[in-house]
Write a protein that binds this ligand. Structure first.
Ligand code: FES
Length: 151
């Protein structure tokens, strides 16, 4: 099932995180299933438990199905000082979810993360691969409504 991804990387242990990343990106629910872990384990000849350890160590990976759009709100100090708590409150209210929950329509999952490296634009969030900065209530409404309109 993941031949295309495996073709890109030689079966070396060092390629583990890249392979996991591609598998997660390719899945419409942005997660890595047990079946995927088994296939990677076979391909790289790494124990299942080792791969599982890597998956649970890095917050960017998920072992549970998530929404079509994964929102990762930065909670590091520079964003916190610029109001990430207000952004979190707004996102929870707008999406009617708590942290790490997925909306009923399966469109969004709300997560927290550490610094995204664009602190100059704090407060910042990522939705899938797109970064959004200088967030306020109006901007959040626009972003969420635009994505809802695209579904
Ligand atoms: S602290 Fe939020 S992007 Fe760096």
């Amino acid at each position: 099932m993941y031949e295309k991804i495996f073709e890109k990387y030689s079966p070396k242990k060092d390629n583990l995180i890249y392979i996991l990343h591609d598998i997660q990106d390719q899945h419409p629910q942005h997660y890595i299933s047990e079946d995927a872990v088994s296939e990677v384990s076979e391909y790289l000849r790494i124990p299942f438990s080792h791969i599982y350890g890597v998956l649970t160590f890095y917050t960017m990976y998920s072992t549970k199905p998530r929404g079509k759009n994964v929102i990762r709100l930065c909670e590091s100090p520079p964003c916190f000082l610029k109001g990430s708590e207000n952004v979190l409150r707004k996102l929870k209210k707008t999406l009617d979810v708590k942290i790490n929950q997925t909306t009923k329509d399966g469109l969004f999952t709300l997560e927290l993360c550490a610094c995204l490296g664009v602190c100059g634009n704090a407060p910042v969030m990522m939705i899938n691969d797109d970064v959004y900065g200088n967030l306020n209530d109006e901007k959040i409404d626009k972003i969420i409504n635009k994505i809802r309109g695209e579904k």
